[in-house]
Design a protein around this ligand. Structure first.
Ligand SMILES: CC(C)(COP(=O)(O)OP(=O)(O)OC[C@H]1O[C@@H](n2cnc3c(N)ncnc32)[C@H](O)[C@@H]1OP(=O)(O)O)[C@@H](O)C(=O)NCCC(=O)NCCS
Length: 169
């Protein structure tokens, strides 16, 4: 007999971010980060959304923005690389795979642009985010002392665009 598994995860859709989302994104940044050094401001968000080399997406449920993510593609020495530039999920929507879906979407888009390798930086004490990135195939590449300010160290991580994501449970 088939067993019934209750649906606990929120149903949300992922769509490209637009200028009208900036107020929601600013609120998300404030709710997710304690330090202004780690937050995007209005001007940075405007520039990111307008950047043709950026992939900026939001997770939305019933007109509410639950999270967002951004990636950038760049051309260096005739080869494309990508960078996961931002991922944030509202605290009351965390732990429900929203971050996973957003980041996966950005990785696919960067790969489709032709990025051979994808990089990111993360606060060394942000274990939630590090777990997420490891699950998506990122490996540690370097330690960045004081990257986010005095005593706030970072880790640079890298993922080969051709690697397959570990299957989700
Ligand atoms: C990091 C963040 C984006 C993760 O988003 P999320 O929607 O909560 O994560 P998901 O539900 O998709 O979980 C994906 C994986 O992340 C890891 N993870 C999520 N919550 C975790 C927790 N509380 N502890 C440890 N690992 C955790 C797990 O590996 C999880 O996979 P699992 O559920 O199979 O164990 C989110 O916590 C967030 O917005 N944090 C504040 C902003 C931030 O730090 N952004 C990253 C900047 S580099």
């Amino acid at each position: 007999m088939a067993t019934y598994k209750p649906q606990r995860r929120p149903i949300f859709r992922i769509r490209p971010a637009e200028a009208r989302d900036i107020v929601s994104l600013l609120e998300l940044e404030t709710s997710c980060f304690a330090r202004t050094e780690e937050m995007f401001n209005r001007r940075q968000l405007q520039r990111l959304i307008a950047n043709p080399r950026a992939v900026v997406v939001v997770a939305e449920r019933k007109d509410r923005v639950l999270g967002w993510a951004a990636g950038l593609v760049r051309l260096r020495l005739k080869s494309y690389s990508g960078r996961v530039y931002a991922v944030a999920v509202h605290p009351d929507a965390q732990g429900k795979r929203v971050g996973y879906k957003l980041t996966s979407h950005v990785l696919h888009a960067l790969t489709a642009y032709g990025a051979q390798r994808i990089f990111l930086e993360v606060h060394a004490e942000n274990q939630k985010a590090i777990n997420l990135y490891r699950m998506l195939g990122f490996i540690d590449q370097g330690y960045l002392a004081n990257y986010y300010g005095p005593h706030h160290n970072g880790i640079r991580m890298m993922r080969s665009a051709t690697m397959t994501q570990r299957p989700k449970r």
